[in-house]
Design a protein around this ligand. Structure first.
Ligand SMILES: Cc1cc2nc3c(=O)[nH]c(=O)nc-3n(C[C@H](O)[C@H](O)[C@H](O)COP(=O)(O)OP(=O)(O)OC[C@H]3O[C@@H](n4cnc5c(N)ncnc54)[C@H](O)[C@@H]3O)c2cc1C
Length: 644
């Protein structure tokens, strides 16, 4: 940011401006410096956000911002007047004046989007917290832009860690050239360190969750007249050290993170460039977009930008830098963020307490038509541990990511559902499954789970029925099996009957497509074979030609209507016969299960329709026929008769 834009709040407090249209988001851009022009203005203009005011000390800066924003807006030299002109203040000012602008916005009942660090000193943190507690409007929002929460490099390293890369220990060395020379021993000396350190702390929290900081130190020394200060921070839970060095001069900046086989160095991970990971652009757009969404009043509270999270990062840094009266570990005393996208089981309980009617969402495949407020699990997506053949995973992790993590440890699930974009929580809740008479549903692999409700946070272990568990699954432990290899084969018939289906299901995994009108069917089967492919849930793709000949053009998941009924084996002949009677029936898929959480008492044949939405009439005919023979509707598929 230009020193040019160090706008100073000079007027006494002013009256709160009550807008006629309180719900519409209008932004006052406070600060039009170098960074703001390159990041905020670009995002705001792309998001078509209404800009009510721009504020900078010079007219030239304001004009530059308006040109970048591609809009006209009132221009202000004074922060307080600019803040008063909009519903939300986006503060992008230098450290020395940012806090005062933030206080003004909070005290005047405005939504606030501020830059990280959330506060530049423990005193400022305290002032902001007090002002926030006394805010005039309880519905005000305050978001802190911490772009490393969404930085592509951070996300990529997280994926690799989840997939089993990395190691027990990490080391992170980060060198930064000091922006202004000669000011190191001034009172605000920690500012530059703080500015970088919050990034590192946030990244560590994204990868390893909240960690206890057990030791932190700051020392200044000269080394060849270059390095002047070194800050070191130890995170106990992950066994790693972060070392941050600031140095004088024009040398290049460096940041190298190493953890086992992962090296993240100058926007490259293990030598491969990460797209969009530049220091200006990396994560900034997504972060501001999240913040704007949550200020638009759609109820989203995203921990990536929640002020409490920003303060937690700051508290760790204050501790590390020996600033004020904050001790290592004290960030645990910060409140857990209450919102609709919690990051932890505790956060889920608080969200549900605040709003018990929240509907939990995984990938959302089943909830496209559901209206209302959702509790999102997408920020709880880490693979926590893999021990003794059991993987402990957060419920928001997708099956695809889980599969990758297990594969890296030479493990897999005994049977995978075809739909890998489901989250683990949703797959368990809806009893998703592959097709095998030997292995059950994902819910059958659960050995323990952690569940949040509006009244508490409970672990279920040992003897419990996962299908009877009520609440939001937050952590799930699943039994795994060693990675196996399978060989695929194909079988066909011109006249399908239940007897043929019983022969086919003898294979380790088997999936049948049946053209009910002609009687023709094709089955793909998978059997253990050391010379085959790794079993990873993708072995059905691409479909064999015998299958594609039966099917019409492919239907994308988001355009599909799918419904499935699990029929007990004893009723399978009746199910086949009644489907054959449905006029105009098309292709019906058949999958197999042993006695399982889907149908506890009996092996099941699962008849599934998968067509382009809206479903044609014959689909409802098939659904009615299956329900009439005792078919149980798959809770993860939109079965019309179940809804009737
Ligand atoms: C193209 C396609 C193919 C499919 N193939 C298969 C298949 O091969 N086998 C199969 O069995 N199913 C299959 N399904 C169904 C699919 O597995 C389920 O619909 C699955 O639940 C979708 O996952 P999601 O993450 O999108 O769920 P969402 O739609 O987000 O959630 C599904 C349900 O689970 C609940 N839920 C989500 N997270 C949690 C949680 N943490 N705790 C408690 N409840 C939670 C939600 O409230 C909702 O009721 C398929 C679906 C599609 C669209």
């Amino acid at each position: 940011m230009d020193s040019d834009d160090q706008t100073v709040h000079t007027v006494p407090p002013i009256d709160v401006h009550i807008s006629n249209d309180e719900t519409e988001l209008s932004v006052a851009l406070i600060g039009c410096g170098w960074y703001s022009l390159r990041t905020h203005c670009v995002t705001l203009s792309k998001a078509k956000t209404r800009i009510a005011a721009v504020c900078a000390r010079t007219g030239a800066s304001r004009q530059k911002a308006l040109a970048k924003l591609g809009t006209s807006a009132k221009e202000f030299e004074d922060v307080a007047f600019a803040i008063n002109a909009a519903s939300c203040a986006l503060v992008a000012l230098p450290a020395s004046v940012a806090g005062r602008a933030c206080l003004t916005a909070i005290q005047h009942g405005k939504d606030l989007i501020s830059e990280k660090p959330a506060a530049w000193s423990p005193q400022e943190a305290e002032d902001l917290r007090e002002a926030w507690d006394d805010r005039p409007d309880k519905d005000q929002r305050w978001r802190v832009l911490e772009n490393w929460a969404l930085k592509p490099g951070v996300l990529k390293v997280g994926e690799l860690l989840d997939a089993g890369s990395g190691g027990e220990k990490y080391e992170w060395r980060c060198k930064r050239r000091r922006a202004a020379k000669g000011d190191w021993r001034r009172e605000d000396k920690a500012v530059e360190l703080l500015d970088v350190l919050v990034h590192l702390v946030r990244a560590l929290r994204c990868w390893f969750g909240d960690c206890t900081v057990t030791s932190a130190s700051l020392r200044s020394y000269e080394f060849d007249k270059v390095r002047e200060v070194e800050c070191s921070l130890k995170h106990e839970n992950t066994g790693g050290f972060v070392v941050l060095e600031l140095f004088d001069g024009d040398g290049s900046e460096e940041s190298v993170f190493k953890c086992g086989d992962i090296t993240w160095d100058s926007n490259r991970i293990n030598g491969q460039k990460v797209e969009g990971d530049g220091w200006v652009s990396g994560g900034t757009r997504s972060c501001l977009t999240e913040a704007l969404k949550s200020c638009e009043g759609n109820g989203r509270a995203d921990p990536c930008t929640a002020w409490e999270e920003g303060m937690r990062d700051c508290a760790v840094c204050f501790a590390a830098l020996g600033m004020g009266d904050i001790h290592p570990g004290s960030f645990y005393e910060m409140p857990v963020v209450v919102g609709t996208s919690p990051r932890s089981p505790e956060g889920c309980v608080l969200s549900l307490k605040a709003q018990p009617s929240l509907v939990v969402v995984g990938g959302g495949a089943n909830l496209r038509k559901v209206q209302g407020d959702f509790l999102e699990t997408r920020l709880m997506a880490r693979v926590l541990s893999v021990e003794g053949g059991v993987v402990q995973v957060e419920a928001g992790c997708t099956l695809r990511r889980l599969r990758q993590a297990l594969q890296a440890r030479k493990l897999t699930l005994a049977s995978w559902p075809y739909y890998l974009d489901a989250t683990v929580g949703a797959a368990v809740a809806t009893r998703s499954h592959g097709s095998s008479v030997k292995y059950g549903t994902v819910a059958d692999f659960v050995v323990a789970c952690r569940v949040a409700t509006s009244t508490g946070d409970v672990w279920y272990r040992d003897d419990f029925d996962v299908t009877a568990v009520k609440g939001v699954l937050t952590v799930v432990s699943l039994r795994c099996v060693p990675l196996t290899r399978v060989k695929r084969s194909v079988a066909t018939t011109d006249s399908l009957d239940a007897g043929w289906l019983r022969t086919i299901r003898e294979h380790d995994h088997a999936w049948v497509w049946w053209d009910a009108a002609s009687g023709k069917a094709a089955a793909m089967t998978l059997d253990a074979d050391d010379g085959g492919d790794v079993y990873d849930g993708r072995n059905w793709s691409p479909y064999a030609p015998e299958v594609t000949q039966l099917l019409g053009p492919p239907v994308a998941g988001e355009d599909c209507y799918t419904a499935q009924y699990a029929v007990p084996d004893a009723a399978a002949d009746a199910a086949v016969a009644s489907i054959q009677k449905v006029a105009g029936a098309g292709v019906v898929e058949v999958k197999f299960l042993p006695p399982s959480s889907m149908l506890p008492g009996a092996a099941a044949m699962c008849f599934n329709v998968y067509v382009a939405a809206p479903a044609p009439a014959w689909v409802l005919g098939v659904e009615r026929a299956l329900a009439a023979v005792g078919g149980v509707a798959h809770p993860g598929k939109c079965c019309a008769t179940a809804a009737v």
